[in-house]
Design a protein around this ligand. Structure first.
Ligand SMILES: Cc1cc2nc3c(=O)[nH]c(=O)nc-3n(C[C@H](O)[C@H](O)[C@H](O)COP(=O)(O)OP(=O)(O)OC[C@H]3O[C@@H](n4cnc5c(N)ncnc54)[C@H](O)[C@@H]3O)c2cc1C
Ligand SMILES: NC(=O)c1ccc[n+]([C@@H]2O[C@H](COP(=O)([O-])OP(=O)(O)OC[C@H]3O[C@@H](n4cnc5c(N)ncnc54)[C@H](OP(=O)(O)O)[C@@H]3O)[C@@H](O)[C@H]2O)c1
Ligand SMILES: Cc1cc2nc3c(=O)[nH]c(=O)nc-3n(C[C@H](O)[C@H](O)[C@H](O)COP(=O)(O)O)c2cc1C
Length: 590
């Protein structure tokens, strides 16, 4: 048998820790030896005394791209290790009938869309907010909300669930936590506080019962590894209005990834933008900062690698409003100024704000204290590790646009397309996404809908299913601007058609004729076949734009289900919620 040497990630160690919980020392050592025999990296095991009295705790997660789930899994593993009888479930599969029996509920959820729950949490959310939700008097609860302060409805789902649980009579065990994009530290601290609060309730907090420590390399958001850019090819035509690149990266350590995962890329800011930013801030760039790695203490260096200097955040505007006293900024931050704020932020960046409302004499340390850390950007992995474990393929659409006479350029996409040289190494990590996964059964039919760069994960799906000889049928619906210039991966799709891997391919081009044709129009035109695909147990995947494409495709699906089942829109919506909760309708949208 070939040695796999798969490193045990911290998450997997946590999950394994839960599974092994209750086994004897010898039994755990046997499992470790058995896995090592299969080629996995060995893990070390430490075991403490088991604790007799175990309060029941339920940990639930609502997650679209895996962050909330990761936090919930870590919390659950921690609780198990400390002797709690803890259950872990997704809001998508959690039986709501259990809710009134819960004594301690810990819920971690992100927010999507315009303040909406993640897909898997939609049915639970509708139930909790609805009239059928039970009284929850005996329950104690704590909510951790994940979000992004760049969005108008920051942490809205967590906030709403937190308020609703209280309104239904449950008692707050610990105040709601709220995490911005850099969620790890805040989540860790909230988790610690919650465990302490449980201890204060008289519950035991034994030292971890089982600790599994991977001895292999692990890369995650906090510990990226290096990958060399080995290929970078423009895949939109010469005359295209878009600039899309197919990139191939070679990680310098083995990375495990599956179709549906994304690659996190830690970018650098454009030196030209750093210059403009410094000028607008009336600073030189040579100012020394007190904190940060030694070689990144000069302000200009720190701005290039450590801080977000494009996206406008509400906290930055609040600082800037205070420093300038500008009534226009203050008005936007008032409770009634949300629409004005949204309109102002759209298309602008921080340099625009600083130019419009200049501040003299600002200290470098004050400025960076108002900035957010430069966040990694995610790109759907467009290749299968089974087909090529040593390379990761991406499909990157370059963000460039003009706003009020100024050219704006996306941080990561222009860096990847223009400034990373061939062969250069960049920091990356795999962003695991368990909610965008191929079905286990290779006979399950797939309907895949992707617009623009949204086709990327389907390239990985098809590559993997072809390699596995999956017998399930494949139907791909793609959308883009122009047939001649923007039909991404056209040759590959046609090849799959010829080989019988892809049974149906529909393409919608929006800028070829007078009338815009989008992916949802193709679905509506094939209404009966779409419904038959779902009714026969097919899995449906949607990838691409979250702002308009995904909601419009969802609306088309409601229309299709209502028409083909002869049911009301409400019933059709419920039907799709059930599919989502069952993992048969999954979306990777951004
Ligand atoms: C799970 C996931 C998977 C993803 N997969 C892919 C993928 O496969 N391929 C891909 O290309 N991207 C993908 N993305 C998006 C990607 O992560 C980045 O958001 C994207 O590349 C832009 O990053 P940037 O740093 O270049 O731009 P930024 O500097 O972050 O700027 C982007 C911002 O610019 C503004 N903006 C953009 N266009 C306009 C416009 N026309 N007018 C006004 N304002 C505008 C918007 O506010 C936008 O949020 C994915 C995102 C997620 C969350
Ligand atoms: N959040 C972010 O930071 C971020 C960054 C990059 C990309 N994105 C999103 O990711 C998606 C992929 O990017 P891209 O540049 O490859 O795609 P794109 O060219 O902007 O869009 C792909 C296709 O989708 C069509 N489309 C527009 N609105 C639609 C709708 N409501 N329903 C269905 N189709 C619609 C477009 O048509 P028309 O343009 O002709 O109308 C085009 O044909 C984009 O939709 C973009 O908005 C988000
Ligand atoms: C398309 C999109 C929409 C989002 N909408 C919101 C929002 O309205 N409010 C918010 O606070 N965060 C929003 N976020 C940020 C996510 O909640 C945040 O990235 C979170 O860490 C994701 O966690 P998850 O991986 O568990 O889904 C959005 C993110 C994306 C990609």
């Amino acid at each position: 048998m070939s040695a796999l040497k798969t490193p045990l990630s911290r998450e997997k160690a946590g999950a394994l820790s839960s599974l092994l919980e209750g086994l004897s020392h010898e039994q755990v050592a046997w499992v470790s030896g058995y896995l090592a025999g299969l080629g996995a990296e060995p893990f070390s095991v430490a075991q403490a005394d088991h604790v007799a009295s175990r309060p029941e705790v339920t940990v639930l997660h609502g997650s679209q791209t895996g962050n909330a789930e990761r936090v919930a899994r870590a919390l659950h593993a921690d609780l198990m290790a400390r002797g709690f009888a803890a259950r872990l479930d997704s809001l998508g599969t959690y039986p709501t009938a259990r809710l009134k029996r819960e004594r301690v509920l810990l819920l971690v959820t992100s927010t999507y869309g315009e303040g909406e729950p993640p897909d898997t949490a939609q049915a639970f959310y509708a139930f909790l907010m609805g009239e059928r939700a039970p009284r929850l008097e005996p329950m104690k609860f704590a909510v951790l909300a994940l979000g992004d302060r760049g969005y108008e409805h920051f942490c809205q789902t967590g906030r709403a669930i937190d308020a609703r649980l209280e309104a239904l009579g449950a008692a707050r065990l610990h105040p709601r936590g709220e995490c911005d994009l850099e969620y790890e530290e805040a989540a860790r601290s909230w988790t610690e506080q919650v465990v302490k609060a449980l201890a204060a309730e008289g519950a035991p907090t034994a030292p971890p019962a089982l600790r599994l420590v991977s001895s292999g390399p692990v890369s995650d958001r906090e510990h990226p590894c290096a990958a060399a850019l080995v290929e970078n090819t423009r895949i939109t035509g010469r005359g295209s209005s878009k600039d899309v690149w197919h990139m191939v990266l070679a990680p310098t350590v083995p990375l495990a990834f599956a179709p549906g995962d994304a690659l996190g890329v830690v970018p650098r800011n454009d030196p030209v933008l750093v210059e403009m930013f410094l000028e607008a801030a009336r600073l030189q760039g040579s100012e020394r900062l007190a904190e940060g790695p030694e070689d990144e203490r000069d302000l200009a260096q720190a701005l290039a690698s450590r801080f977000e200097i494009r996206a406008i955040s509400r906290p930055f505007l609040a600082h800037w409003a205070r420093w300038t006293g500008a009534p226009a900024l203050e008005a936007m931050l008032e409770p009634g100024g949300a629409d004005e704020l949204k309109a102002y932020v759209s298309g602008r960046d921080l340099t625009d704000v600083m130019r419009a409302f200049p501040v003299e004499g600002l200290a470098a340390c004050e400025l960076v204290a108002a900035l957010r850390p430069l966040a990694p950007r995610l790109y759907s992995i467009a290749s299968s590790a089974k087909a090529d474990p040593d390379h990761i393929h991406l499909t990157v659409g370059v963000v460039r646009y003009e706003h009020q006479g100024r050219q704006h350029r996306g941080v990561a996409s222009t860096w990847l397309a223009e400034r990373v040289e061939s062969g250069a190494e960049l920091p990356v990590y795999v962003h695991v996404n368990e909610r965008f996964r191929l079905p286990e059964d290779p006979a399950t039919p797939l309907l895949m809908v992707g617009a623009g760069t949204g086709v990327a994960p389907f390239r990985a799906f098809l590559e993997e299913r072809a390699l596995l000889g999956a017998t399930g049928a494949h139907w791909l619906v793609v959308g883009d601007r122009q047939f001649r210039e923007d039909f991404l991966y056209q040759r590959e799709w046609l090849d799959y058609r010829r080989k019988g891997v892809l049974q149906r391919l529909d393409a919608a081009f929006s800028r070829d004729g007078g009338v815009k044709t989008y992916v949802q129009h193709r679905l509506l035109a094939a209404s009966r076949a779409v419904y038959a695909w779902l009714a026969e147990g097919g899995h449906l995947y949607v990838c691409g734009d979250a702002a308009t494409m995904a909601p419009d495709v969802h609306a088309a699906l409601i229309e299709i289900v209502a028409r083909e089942r002869s049911v009301s829109q409400e019933e059709a919506r419920d039907y799709l919620h059930v599919l989502m909760a069952a993992g048969r309708y999954q979306r990777d949208i951004y």
